[in-house]
Write a protein that binds this ligand. Structure first.
Ligand code: FPP
Length: 253
């Protein structure tokens, strides 16, 4: 059967929506380059896509949407670009908070927030506070996030607890490790069901390495600024065609 591209004809099964969708938003620079625009124009358009995709995901019934907005490695980019990227959360939350609240979306941020410029820190802390009463989808930004850092901090924390006699090293298990990671607060939804990367690159780039052990990975050539609600539905449709076995056997086989 050929893939439907008209949103009305998409065959997304509403009873099997992935609870946690994580996205590596890639291709902003190439989007801008194709239009002979500076790279930051791609990031600006990428921010608009974040709004569109947040609303679409919330409408579809996604419980957690984790977006890789800035990695611990992104500091290597030119200063101008880094400072533009640091300004994006300020712009984003300045005008999008009312719509987030209208959609009952709660904002969370994971990463080394204390290392961000003061204005960015303030913007994210305000957004978290302003949406703290919302009970719908969690919009979880990975900001100054790196998965190896996440794992390293969790190991350090568990080691300290062991040293203090609070944890028996023999009793360290998957759940304890998961709970010490930055996604720990997500409870039953810590691990993404679906990981999407846009722009044709097929890499994980230090994103949620522990958490994606059994995630379905879907890659699309669409550049992030061109991605929209229809694309998201298509990715979910692809996810729904996968046979998730978690290392076991499908019951029907
Ligand atoms: C990767 O594209 C994108 C980023 C490093 C930044 C992602 C940020 C946004 C999409 C906006 C985030 C919005 C908020 C509200 C925080 P790239 O620059 O690596 O693209 P390229 O591979 O084509 O050069």
């Amino acid at each position: 059967m050929s893939k439907q591209i008209n949103q009305n004809k998409l065959i997304v099964d509403p009873s099997r929506i992935p609870n946690h969708v994580a996205i590596i938003m890639d291709g902003n620079g190439r989007w801008a380059q194709k239009r002979h625009l500076p790279r930051i124009a791609g990031h600006k358009q990428g921010m608009e896509t974040v709004k569109t995709v947040t609303k679409a995901a919330s409408k579809l019934g996604v419980k957690v949407l984790t977006l890789y907005a800035f990695s611990t490695e992104n500091w290597k980019r030119p200063t101008d670009e880094v400072s533009f990227l640091m300004g994006l959360p300020v712009k984003f939350f300045n005008n999008f908070i009312p719509e987030l609240i209208e959609n009952n979306v709660q904002v969370k941020v994971m990463g080394l927030i204390d290392q961000l410029p003061p204005k960015t820190q303030q913007a994210v802390r305000n957004a978290i506070a302003d949406t703290s009463q919302c009970t719908g989808m969690i919009l979880n930004f990975a900001l100054n996030y790196g998965s190896r850092l996440d794992i390293k901090l969790a190991v350090q924390q568990i080691a300290s607890e062991a040293k203090a006699g609070k944890v028996d090293p023999q009793k360290i298990d998957d759940a304890m490790i998961s709970n010490h990671l930055m996604t720990g607060f997500l409870g039953d939804f810590q691990d993404p069901d679906l990981l999407i990367r846009t722009s044709g690159e097929e890499r994980i780039s230090n994103f949620l390495l522990w958490q994606i052990a059994y995630s379905e990975l879907v890659f699309t050539d669409t550049l992030w600024p061109d991605f929209d609600g229809v694309n998201l539905s298509q990715m979910i449709e692809e996810y729904q065609q996968r046979d998730r076995r978690f290392g076991g056997l499908n019951n029907s086989k």
